[in-house]
Design a protein around this ligand. Structure first.
Ligand SMILES: Nc1nc2c(c(=O)[nH]1)N[C@H]1C(S)=C(S)[C@@H](COP(=O)(O)OP(=O)(O)OC[C@H]3O[C@@H](n4cnc5c(=O)[nH]c(N)nc54)[C@H](O)[C@@H]3O)O[C@H]1N2
Ligand SMILES: Nc1nc2c(c(=O)[nH]1)N[C@H]1C(S)=C(S)[C@@H](COP(=O)(O)OP(=O)(O)OC[C@H]3O[C@@H](n4cnc5c(=O)[nH]c(N)nc54)[C@H](O)[C@@H]3O)O[C@H]1N2
Ligand code: SF4
Ligand SMILES: [Mo]
Length: 734
């Protein structure tokens, strides 16, 4: 990135949390006077490449270590994801290692579940206890009654152990509470998913449309860097958001949409584009299926029709539709990532996919490129036992297009009802389920039905507070993990390796998974001695070695064509082999073959829709206690429109509580009165208001959106849980 765009990057980062920029750069904030020290110690500094885990983007990084002490971490310039820059969370992530509130030894519960009373035990005692309980569950109910919730690459080996044990009930809230509907919507349309990292060619887009996706607050590094480049070169940016986000502040057109009405806007945009023949006619003729039926269906959705639904003036709808068409095919209507909003999310994602199809942007420069990944042979293991039963998450294929990953709320439901068969054990790895699944009460109800709850975490998180056994993991800075071979513009492999020693009796996930497997009599699934041997074997299969990766951190493959225009033969893996403007698959399953709009439920008088999102310096509920990030943002605030604040007598900065329509009352949260949000909704950053008493730095700091999300709309097509459907009003403390 040149210096100018670097400045823009900081500006984007800093726009919501000014101080964020302080730690984006050199990590100076880490130790006072680091610069002075720098000159003296520069000689003895070891630079160790690894990849970041403060979120799941997996940026390549370089850790600076002196005398076994971690000093700072920066982006690895050779890494295609970070391009030498980490986001503020990645930079502040070093403090995960120094977090004084870390778990130090395995714990076994000694009082009621949720009371957070423990006895410290040895690893041998903890693992024996777990293995004994797991075998009991297997004997009584079958191996499938053991489920695993696991988020991120660190879960690789526990997944392996659970599969070897005989269960496929493995899930994460990063699908049916995150990008699941988007993947289904795009797959139904183009025959392929968007994937992660998203295959969005932001840096080459000439017109970028962001629907919700709040880049700049959502700090997925590569995307934010490319967004900064796009801003820099004057890309026309259109932002649709009920809240004037950081991205909106960079936009040419900002559309403050009424929440939940995006499908109406998308239909009206497509109506204008089709009526005025502004679409990529050659592309649609060549690759489209069912365009005539689609065009007939959307002819009713004029901008005048959409206006009362969305609150967006017809002329603005027309102007922005024409703006998009002007730059096609380099017009990228971003598919978003956290797309579980209202329960009609697959159809909204499909509408986004169809608008992109009209722009001809799939497979084109400035639209969606075709990604590559590095081929590294898998380690050869004996075959897993064949489970007797199908996974529990989606009985009778109620959600016919629930593909990809299992439905986490489906597993929770089976744990509560015992149907289609009981789930009696949960292993929970790196996911804070009381914060990340909607309706916390249901999660707790499910937990109360378990014979065993094991939580593997690095801090005493909320979910750990409910566990029978807590296993303390080392942080990502202290361990190896599976290789990162994610699909991207160019294939690459990156390595996570330990850069410092763990401070206490914590262990890495691979060790835990292997030890547990051995206690379960599954040692044949772990023929390797340790993870170094495992990684070296895999890398040798690709003509590389662990030693090479340890030095370089990242190896990239050749540059290959990534657009149709560079000679790639367009292929669409849909039933018709084409882009499905009209979806026969959906029609056959009883769904709308072309998306339709349904008006969302409106807040009752005096209530406001609760919206939520990200802050640049935190990841979900996991970083609030990391010292450096804690100091950047200790609590969240409640965005309330200035007029609403006036009407309700709310003062900027005063603490209030929120009450939802089910009578749930939140922790206290500071009012942030602003014109940057519509009058029918309020907004807070997710991840705060945590209730783990052992995590003193975060205990009841700010409010928790999760606590107020008692309701959710399940997407009938793929089972995702739309969570933007809760309404809140204000309560004053007495
Ligand atoms: N700093 C940071 N960055 C992150 C993460 C993190 O934890 N921290 N998490 C990462 C992950 S896994 C994900 S999934 C992404 C999520 O990030 P995104 O995919 O960008 O999430 P969204 O839900 O689209 O973003 C929330 C935005 O949508 C707006 N919004 C709410 N309702 C509506 C609506 O009805 N219509 C429209 N048009 N907009 C609406 C909100 O005002 C808010 O600005 O962020 C990623 N990046
Ligand atoms: N209400 C609400 N719910 C949401 C969202 C929202 O915005 N609001 N967002 C949704 C989205 S987009 C997603 S992707 C999911 C994310 O959902 P989760 O993955 O559950 O996210 P976190 O809350 O960050 O939980 C991560 C947990 O892993 C622990 N952890 C951190 N590092 C390590 C490690 O190295 N090893 C181990 N073993 N544990 C570690 C943390 O301490 C924390 O307890 O949530 C979804 N649910
Ligand atoms: S986006 Fe930030 S937190 Fe996520 S992996 Fe990259 S540097 Fe780390
Ligand atoms: Mo997500």
């Amino acid at each position: 990135m040149n210096s100018l765009s670097r400045r823009k990057f900081l500006k984007i980062t800093g726009a919501t949390v000014g101080a964020a920029a302080v730690i984006t750069g050199s990590g100076k904030a880490l130790f006072k006077g680091a610069d002075k020290v720098n000159k003296k110690i520069v000689k003895g500094i070891k630079k160790i490449p690894t990849y970041c885990d403060v979120c799941f983007w997996k940026c390549g990084a370089i850790a600076y270590v002196k005398d076994g002490k971690l000093w700072k971490i920066e982006g690895n310039p050779k890494d295609p994801l970070s391009k030498g820059r980490l986001c503020p969370r990645g930079t502040g992530g070093v403090s995960a290692h120094y977090d004084p509130e870390r778990l130090n030894s395995p714990l076994i519960r000694k009082k009621e579940r949720g009371e957070e009373k423990w006895v410290a035990v040895t690893w041998g005692e903890a693992l024996d206890y777990i293995a004994k309980k797991m075998n009991k569950i297997k004997e009584k109910y079958g191996p499938e009654s053991m489920a695993l919730f696991s988020h991120g690459v660190g879960g690789t080996f526990l997944k392996h152990t659970i599969k070897a044990f005989g269960s496929r009930n493995i899930t994460a809230p990063s699908f049916a509470q995150c990008r699941g509907p988007r993947e289904t919507g795009f797959e139904l349309t183009f025959g392929d998913v968007v994937g992660s990292p998203e295959r969005t060619d932001i840096k080459n887009s000439k017109c970028l449309v962001l629907i919700g996706s709040h880049l700049g607050e959502n700090m997925h590094n590569t995307q934010v860097q490319e967004f900064a480049e796009a801003v820099e070169k004057g890309t026309s940016i259109i932002v649709v958001d009920p809240r004037f986000s950081v991205a909106a502040s960079k936009a040419k057109y900002y559309l403050p949409i009424k929440p939940g009405t995006d499908i109406a806007l998308l239909l009206a945009w497509m109506n204008v584009i089709v009526k005025e023949k502004l679409y990529d006619i050659d592309y649609v003729n060549k690759y489209g299926f069912g365009f005539e039926q689609f065009a007939a269906e959307i002819s009713q959705y004029t901008p005048e029709w959409a206006y009362p639904e969305t609150g967006i003036e017809p002329e603005l709808i027309r102007t922005t539709a024409r703006e998009m068409a002007l730059y096609k095919p380099a017009t990228l209507v971003h598919p978003g990532r956290h797309t579980t909003w209202y329960g009609d999310d697959t159809q909204r994602s499909r509408a986004i996919a169809l608008l992109n199809a009209l722009m001809g942007s799939w497979g084109r420069k400035g639209g969606f490129y075709l990604p590559y990944n590095y081929s590294v042979p898998k380690y050869k293991y004996p075959p897993y036992p064949k489970p007797e039963h199908e996974p529990v998450d989606n009985p009778n294929h109620k959600y016919p297009f629930a593909e990809g990953e299992l439905l986490s709320t489906g597993i929770r439901e089976a744990t509560i009802t015992g149907k289609p068969y009981p789930i009696k054990g949960w292993m929970v790895y790196a996911t804070n389920l009381t914060q990340s699944l909607p309706n916390r009460e249901e999660t707790i109800k499910a937990i109360q039905n378990l014979d065993l709850l094991v939580v593997v975490d690095i801090i005493p998180s909320e979910i750990a507070g409910w566990a029978d056994v807590v296993l303390p993991e080392v942080t990502y800075l202290e361990r190896y993990d599976e290789l990162n071979t994610a699909s991207f513009r160019q294939s690459f492999i990156s390595l996570r390796q330990p850069v410092v020693d763990a401070p206490g009796d914590q262990k890495p996930n691979w060790w835990i998974a292997k030890q547990l497997a051995e206690r379960l009599g599954l040692e044949k699934y772990y023929p390797w001695k340790d993870i170094e041997e495992y990684l070296d074997t895999r890398l040798k299969g690709a003509g590389l070695s662990l030693n090479e990766l340890k030095k370089k951190g990242v190896v990239t493959g050749p540059k290959e064509p990534i657009y149709f225009d560079e000679g790639i033969e367009p292929e669409f893996y849909t039933p018709s082999g084409k882009i499905e403007f009209y979806s026969l698959q959906l029609a056959e399953a009883g769904f709308d073959p072309v998306p339709k709009y349904k008006r969302p439920e409106q807040p009752p008088p005096g209530y406001f829709r609760l919206l939520f999102g990200r802050a640049p310096v935190h990841t979900f509920s996991k970083t609030q206690s990391y010292p450096l990030l804690h100091h950047q943002m200790e609590e969240n605030v409640l965005w309330v429109n200035t007029d609403v604040a006036k009407r309700f007598g709310l003062k900027n900065g005063e603490y209030i509580k929120l009450k939802n329509t089910d009578g749930v009352i939140s922790n206290k949260i500071k009012v942030y009165a602003t014109e940057r949000i519509r009058t029918d909704c309020v907004f807070m950053v997710h991840g705060f208001g945590q209730t783990s008493k052992q995590l003193k730095s975060t205990y009841l700091r700010g409010a928790s959106d999760s606590q107020l999300i008692t309701r959710y709309n399940t997407d009938p097509i793929m089972g995702g849980t739309g969570m933007n459907v809760n309404f809140v009003t204000f309560e004053w403390e007495v």
